[in-house]
Design a protein around this ligand. Structure first.
Ligand SMILES: *Cc1c(COP(=O)(O)O)cnc(C)c1O
Length: 457
């Protein structure tokens, strides 16, 4: 019998994990001391560990899961494809599933975005977007447009190009010498507004005015602007005020920058519409999609663009206008087959419709949270939310990060069979879109109890 078919004890698996696996975004010294949970199975909104204990997946397995774990139709689509073709390259060959998926995606992405450059994760989709925008400007006779406007608190992935356009100091500062410079605009983070505003309804969006000032000064040297539309996810679930994205689109038009939207977290229904930019009637020039694309089954991503951008790369071979970029597993047939079936399920389950009452219920539950003594701010965008915990509500004084308050809340929630992972002192709610109404109540009850216990004075 092969090693993978033998049933190993939890103790054995934990020991090997601690000896061999280096976990991402994890202080391994802490990890080595913990009794880690080893997941061996999944079912709907639940993850099941090696002892058979069930955990509600409150973060949709790093924001990827859509229809629940081990959904039979998706499993069948994957099994059917693996018996036909597991992988074939897109370098020099076309492949059936990647064609069918691109055609289907063209029907649901914003009008005019009909070209799909595949890769396999969100960071690469953003690397592609940045390189594409840069080379596009050169091809269009604007080689002086080399820079990018980005936002504080932005997150676009962990490869160096993606880190360069990011804006979270704690993740990114270490690598500064390796990064290219960008022009950073203030984050539209209304609870802690960098410009000193306290009400987005009356401030007239000073953050847009600040962006405009940056464009006046630097716009002519910029290839594009990079933004997470509607909500900065990893930065703390920071929801932008209405009209912000539309204003950004107008400024990009006025100053000749390509608008690059990173829909890696927001795409595929998370905000209540298929893509976040639909809420503001905005069509970007380049859009990155990944996390939910293959329903959380397999790594897949695409950088989506218009005919105008695509067309700039067409030319005679010797002109060297080719986009010299590509990844080995580009357009993987297994991932594409699952993604196609996932889009079918969006239709047959009427998933976006079914989502609306859950989003409304989440809004109600969050209003209750905001009355808790250490909840400073609650932020929601569709079925994504953040609850920012503060030491002092009146002054908005944050808990010192070393206290790991967010982590403590998640460890407490675990006692009630909820798996969650915080962003600093912000508790995250990001369940599979197919979560049932009852499961959503369980999730919110568990998090509320955990917050009460950990923040009790
Ligand atoms: C997760 C994420 C990424 C990076 O995706 P990876 O697949 O982890 O490389 C990029 N942008 C946003 C907005 C994300 O949430």
């Amino acid at each position: 019998m092969s090693d993978s078919a033998i049933h190993h004890s939890t103790e054995q698996l934990r020991e090997w994990d601690k000896r061999h696996v280096w976990h991402p975004f994890t202080q391994m010294q802490d990890w080595e001391r913990e009794d880690s949970i080893v997941i061996t199975r999944g079912e709907g909104s639940w993850l099941i560990d090696s002892d058979g204990k069930r955990y509600l997946d409150g973060v949709a397995s790093m924001w990827t899961n859509v229809h629940g774990h081990c959904r039979p139709e998706l499993n069948e689509a994957l099994k059917a494809q693996v018996d036909r073709l597991e992988h074939s390259t897109l370098l020099g060959l076309a492949s059936e599933q990647s064609i069918l998926l691109a055609r289907r995606l063209a029907e649901i992405t914003p009008a005019g975005l009909d070209r799909f450059f595949y890769s396999d994760n969100g960071s690469t989709a953003m690397e592609v977007a940045v390189k594409m925008a840069f080379q596009y400007q050169a091809h269009r006779g604007r080689p002086e447009r080399t820079r990018f406007i980005t936002f504080h608190n932005a997150y676009h992935g962990d490869t160096l190009g993606a880190v360069s356009v990011g804006g979270i100091a704690i993740y990114h500062a270490t690598f500064k010498p390796l990064m290219f410079e960008t022009i950073q605009a203030p984050s539209p983070y209304c609870y802690r507004c960098e410009l000193g505003c306290d009400n987005p309804a009356t401030c007239g969006l000073k953050c847009l005015a600040a962006l405009e000032a940056l464009m006046v000064e630097h716009g002519a040297s910029c290839a594009g602007l990079v933004i997470e539309p509607l909500i900065q996810g990893a930065g703390g679930m920071l929801v932008q005020p209405p009209g912000f994205l539309r204003g950004v689109r107008e400024l990009c038009n006025r100053f000749g920058l390509l608008l690059i939207t990173d829909e890696v977290a927001t795409g595929f229904g998370r905000t209540g519409r298929m893509f976040a930019c639909e809420h503001e009637g905005v069509v970007p020039d380049i859009m990155a999609i990944s996390k939910g694309i293959a329903a959380g089954y397999l790594p897949l991503a695409a950088t989506v663009t218009s005919e105008e951008v695509y067309g700039a790369f067409r030319g005679e071979y010797a002109q060297l206008k080719t986009f010299f970029h590509g990844h080995t597993f580009t357009g993987n047939p297994l991932a594409c087959a699952v993604a196609l079936k996932s889009l079918e399920l969006f239709e047959s389950d009427r998933l976006l419709e079914a989502l609306q009452p859950k989003i409304a219920r989440l809004t109600e539950r969050l209003a209750e949270f905001s009355r808790l003594p250490h909840v400073g701010d609650v932020r929601q965008c569709g079925l994504a939310a953040g609850i920012e915990l503060v030491e002092d509500k009146a002054t908005k004084r944050a808990y010192p990060w070393e206290l790991k308050t967010g982590v403590k809340v998640c460890l407490e929630a675990r006692k009630q069979c909820i798996f969650s992972r915080p962003l600093g002192n912000t508790v995250v709610i990001f369940p599979p879109l197919a979560i049932t109404a009852d499961e959503l109540e369980l999730l919110m009850d568990g998090l509320e109890r955990a917050i009460r216990v950990v923040t009790a004075d």
